[in-house]
Design a binder for this molecule. Structure first.
Ligand code: NAD
Ligand code: AKB
Length: 318
C-alpha cells in the first residue's frame, strides 16, 4: 500500500489538535498537515508543518491537495451548537459550504478517504431519548443539528453516486484538557474541571438533571482512527456512526468531582443552551459500531474524571 498523506481542515480546535498528534504517530509528522483559519495552536508548534487555510476556500484546498498529493482529508472546521443557535446563517454557511466544496474536490481528485464528523445533535425531540438507536426518527431542532443531518445525507449521496469513501461518527459531547471546546452545549462538562481546580465552585448553564451522552477525547480519537482503518465493506451504517461513551448529568459529574475535591460546590443557572440539550438524547445505542468495527469505549465517568483532574492540573502548570 502506498503512503497515505493526510490533510486536516479546522485542526486547531478541540478534536483537531489531539487527532493531529495521533495521526502523526500513525503516518509520520511529514505526512500529516494540520490547517485552520486561526494561527497555530501552541500544542502543535514544533511538531511539524502547519498552514492557515480557510475551509471555505475550495480553490486553495484543491491546489494544496494537488501540489502535495494528499490522499485523505479530515474536515473538522465547523460552527457548533451554541454558537450556531446564535448565528444560524453562519452555521449553515461554514458547516455546509465547506463540506460540499470538499466532496466536489474529493470526487474530482479521487481522494482515497474523507472523514467528516457528525454529532448526537442530529437527533431531536421526536427521537427516542434513552439508548437512541442508529436508525430511528431523526428530526433535529437546532441549526447545528440540521447541518449535521444534511451533511450526513450529502456524504451518503456522494458515497453512493460517485463510489467515494466518506466516513462519519456522531460524536457525543467530548471531554478533553489539551484544547478548549469551541461553542457547544456540552462544553460545561469541560469547563467544570477548570473551575473546580481554580475556584472550587462552578455555575452550570444546564440544569442539574440534564443527562447527555459524553465521551473522553482519548476514546473519541481512537474511535476515529479505528473507523478510518476499518474495511469499507464492513461499514453498513446509514449516516454517521452512533458512539456511546458515558451518560451523566451536571449533578452526577459534580458528585464525581467531589470525590476528589470534597469542598467543590455547584449551582445552576440554565440559559438558552438548556433548550438545545432538552431536545438531544440522554444516552446512545452504539450496537452497530460494535458490530461493524468492534467499537468499545474505555472510559466511564469515574475514569474520565480522574484523567481530567490530572490533565487539567498538569496543563495549568505548564
Ligand atoms: P472546535 O470549535 O473546537 O474546532 C473547530 C475548528 O474549526 C476551530 O479551530 C476553528 O478555528 C476552525 N474553523 C472554523 N471555521 C473555519 C474555517 N472557515 N476554515 C478553517 N477552520 C475553521 O470544534 P471541535 O470540537 O474540534 O469539532 C470538530 C468537529 O467535530 C465539528 O464538525 C464538530 O461539529 C464535531 N463534533 C464535535 C463534538 C465535540 O464535543 N467537540 C461533538 C460532536 C461533533
Ligand atoms: C456541541 O455541544 O455542540 C457538541 C456536539 C455534541 O456536537 N459538543
Amino acid at each position: 500500500m502506498s503512503q497515505e498523506k493526510v490533510l486536516l481542515l479546522g485542526a486547531g480546535g478541540q478534536i483537531g489538535v489531539e487527532l493531529t498528534e495521533q495521526l502523526r504517530k500513525k503516518f509520520g509528522a511529514d505526512n500529516v498537515l494540520p490547517t485552520d483559519i486561526r494561527a497555530e495552536h501552541p500544542l502543535l508548534e514544533s511538531m511539524g508543518r502547519y498552514a492557515v487555510v480557510d475551509a471555505l476556500d475550495t480553490q486553495k484546498i484543491k491546489e494544496l491537495i494537488q501540489e502535495e498529493g494528499f490522499t485523505q482529508v479530515y474536515l473538522l472546521a465547523a460552527v457548533l451548537s451554541a454558537t450556531g443557535e446564535q448565528n444560524p446563517q453562519l452555521a449553515w454557511k461554514v458547516n455546509m459550504d465547506s463540506l460540499l466544496g470538499l466532496l466536489e474536490i474529493g470526487k474530482e481528485l479521487k481522494l482515497n478517504k474523507i472523514f467528516w464528523p457528525s454529532s448526537i445533535a442530529v437527533f431531536g425531540p421526536t427521537s427516542p431519548k434513552q439508548n437512541t438507536p442508529q436508525s430511528t426518527v431523526i428530526e433535529p431542532s437546532s441549526m447545528y443539528g440540521i447541518t449535521k443531518y444534511a451533511g450526513e445525507n450529502l456524504c451518503a449521496y456522494y458515497n453512493k453516486k460517485f463510489d467515494m469513501d466518506i466516513r462519519s461518527i456522531r460524536y457525543p459531547g467530548l471531554i478533553s484538557y489539551k484544547s478548549p471546546p469551541g461553542g457547544g452545549t456540552t462544553d460545561y462538562a469541560v469547563d467544570i474541571f477548570h473551575k473546580a481546580i481554580a475556584e472550587g465552585s462552578f455555575t452550570s448553564f444546564l440544569s442539574e438533571d440534564t443527562y447527555l451522552p459524553m465521551m473522553f477525547m482519548e476514546d473519541a480519537i481512537r474511535a476515529t482512527i479505528e473507523l478510518m482503518d476499518a474495511p469499507k465493506e464492513n461499514l453498513k451504517a446509514q449516516g454517521g456512526y452512533n458512539l456511546s461513551g458515558m451518560s451523566f448529568s451536571p449533578k452526577e459529574i459534580a458528585a464525581a468531582i467531589t470525590k476528589h475535591i470534597p469542598s467543590f460546590t455547584i449551582d445552576y443557572a440554565p440559559d438558552f443552551r438548556q433548550q438545545i440539550a432538552n431536545d438531544w438524547p440522554a444516552s446512545i445505542d452504539d450496537t452497530q459500531a460494535q458490530k461493524d468495527w468492534n467499537w468499545k469505549a474505555n472510559y466511564d465517568l469515574p475514569a474520565m474524571v480522574k484523567a481530567m483532574l490530572v490533565g487539567v492540573k498538569d496543563t495549568a502548570h505548564v
